[in-house]
Write a protein that binds this ligand. Structure first.
Ligand SMILES: Nc1ncnc2c1ncn2[C@@H]1O[C@H](COP(=O)(O)OP(=O)(O)O)[C@@H](O)[C@H]1O
Ligand SMILES: [Mg+2]
Length: 370
């Protein structure tokens, strides 16, 4: 077991001007499950491959425990990697697939057998050890790929979108299995995904990348409750946080017909930059709603939202609507109770719930509220 440290680690691909990964700084704890997440092309795989030794580090360094591994070949790093395309050897049995790396390393046969059987037990694969991959389901194949990594008892697991070949339902089951397995084994894990739900549900902490730059590293709770900037605010959470640019008013911000109170310090920070507006973030579940069919009390407070589409999910409904903000039509998503959804074409008046607004600088995107 070991910690993992990215220390200002940078990768510039030959022929490229801009780094694919730019001065990445993360301290990963011993036994931690860290998820790297971000949109396609943000540098997730490159970061992982730098740790694996499959990609050069041009500046900075990477440590596993106390060892500086920056220039070590992959085989000397004591890591095991599970890829998206975890191609199993089709002509080998599950047991041989799982034990292959150990065989190459010259581990005695009986010892390999023992390790493979132990891993198979953990992964619920015991009865399939004699089968060929083609006689397995997608989920079972994925577990064999995990098994290949487990038998090596590495200090660090690296996983690059290992669930993306599975269908949606299996992906949800498997992510719980992997997270549970990692916790039982206690092996430090760096896991890459572009799926923010996967990141939030699996990670002890989540690191968000954009254009090769680390945006925030935090627990899923903190990431959701206190996104550090507009990018993270819009990326984490589904449906996404509503982000609207609104004028600064006395003691708050002007939100349609209402002045919504926000922290003085946040407003001062904005006006110190010379901004007359801030960008306010409100999650769909953080609006007080009035009006619409079935929903009580008439109100003209806040923003008037015209309902375009209602997505009914049983427990909840999401209203996709438009509203007028400063003369411009803007989209807004509002969560409503599942048994109390408004009609398409009706209007709702919405106001952010007290204490549930996020204030960002319109000019720099950074978080201004506490
Ligand atoms: N072998 C390579 N040579 C040149 N550029 C690359 C190479 N691999 C990736 N890139 C570029 O580096 C950036 C980050 O890529 P990658 O780490 O694969 O992103 P992600 O895994 O987040 O989708 C992208 O702009 C990509 O085009
Ligand atoms: Mg990738």
């Amino acid at each position: 077991m070991a910690t993992v440290t990215y220390d200002q680690a940078t990768r510039v691909y030959p022929g490229s001007e801009t780094p694919a990964v730019d001065r990445l700084d993360i301290d990963i704890e011993d036994g931690e499950f860290l998820v790297l997440v971000g949109p396609s092309g943000c540098g997730k795989s490159t970061s992982l491959r730098m740790l694996a030794g499959l990609e050069d580090v041009n500046e900075g360094s990477i440590r596993i425990g106390e060892r500086d591994v920056t220039h070590l070949p992959p085989k000397d790093r004591d890591i095991a990697m599970v890829f998206q395309n975890y191609a199993l050897y089709p002509h080998m049995t599950v047991a041989d697939n799982m034990g292959f790396a150990l065989k190459i390393a010259g581990v005695p046969k009986t010892e390999i057998r023992q390790k493979v059987e132990d891993a198979a037990k953990i992964l619920d694969l015991t009865e399939y050890l004699g089968r060929k991959p083609k006689a397995l389901s997608g989920g079972q194949r994925q577990r064999v790929a995990m098994g290949r990594a487990i038998v090596r008892e590495p200090q660090v697991f690296l996983m690059d979108e290992p669930l993306s070949n599975l269908d949606a339902k299996l992906r949800v089951q498997t992510r719980t299995q992997i997270a549970g397995l990692q916790r039982r084994l206690g092996i430090t894990t760096v896991y890459v995904t572009h799926d923010q739900v996967e990141a939030l549900t699996m990670g002890d902490r989540v690191a968000v990348l954009k254009d090769g730059l680390l945006q925030q590293v935090d627990t899923p709770r903190q990431m959701y409750d206190r996104p550090a900037n507009l990018f993270v605010a819009g990326f984490i959470g589904s449906p996404a946080m509503n982000l609207v640019e609104v004028p600064i008013a006395d003691g708050g911000v002007k939100f349609g017909n209402s002045v919504v109170p926000v922290e003085r310090d946040a407003l001062k920070a904005a006006s110190d930059k010379g901004d007359t507006t801030v960008t306010v973030g409100v999650r769909p579940e953080h609006f007080e709603v009035a009006g619409g069919s079935g929903l009580e009390k008439e109100s003209t407070a806040g923003l008037e939202v015209t309902v375009n589409v209602v997505e009914e999910l049983g427990a909840d409904g999401y209203v996709y609507g438009t509203c007028d903000i400063g003369g411009e039509q803007r989209d807004l998503v509002v969560r409503v109770p599942g048994r109390d959804v408004p009609e398409k074409g009706s209007t709702l008046n919405v106001v952010p719930r007290g204490g549930e607004t996020h204030v960002f600088s319109t000019s720099t995107g950074e978080r201004l509220s506490d």
